[in-house]
Design a protein around this ligand. Sequence first.
Ligand code: HEC
Length: 144
Amino acid sequence: MKLTKMAVVVAGLAALVWFAGTPDDAQAQKTKGKSRPAATKYLMRGIVRPNCAGLGKLLKEGPADDEAWDTVACHAACLNELSFALMDDGRCPDGVWAKAATGALRDGTVALLAAVEAKDADAANAAFKTVTSSCAACHKAHKK
Ligand code: HEC
C-alpha cells in the first residue's frame, strides 16, 4: 500500500517535470532551430521584414516599370524561400506555425509571383494581403 502511494507520487512528479519541460523546449525550438545557427528573430529582421516592407512600398503605388516588377518578384521569391526555412531544422512547433508558413506565406508569395508574370497590380495587392496575414497569424500565437 505504501509502495503504491509512493509510485503514484513519483509518477505525478515525473509528469510535472515533463509538462514543465515542454513549453521550454517549444520556446527554444521556435526561436532557433535544432542545429543551424540562425535565430528566428534574425531571419525575421534580416530577411522577412525588409522584403515585406519593400513589397508594401512598391505595391502601394503600383510597380511603375519592368525594373519595379522585377524587384517585387525578388522580394516575393525571398519570402517564399523563408516559408521553407521556417519549416526546416525542427523549428516548427505546431499547426498554427505550419499553416502560417506553408499556407499564407508560401501560397501568398506563389500568387504574388504569378501576379508579377501577368503584371497584374490588383492580383499582386490581393496576394500581398495573404502574405501579411501570415505575420499576424504566426505572431499572435508565437511571438512574445
Ligand atoms: C511561422 C511563424 C512566423 C511568420 C509567418 C512570421 N513571423 Fe515574424 N516572428 C516569428 C517569431 C516566433 C518571432 C519572435 C522571435 C524571437 O523573438 O525569438 C518573430 C519576430 C518578428 C520580428 C522581430 C524581430 C526582432 O528583431 O526581434 C519581426 C520584425 C517580424 N517577426 C516580422 C515578420 C513579418 C513582417 C512577417 C510577415 C511577412 C512575419 N514576421 C511572419 C514568427 C513568424
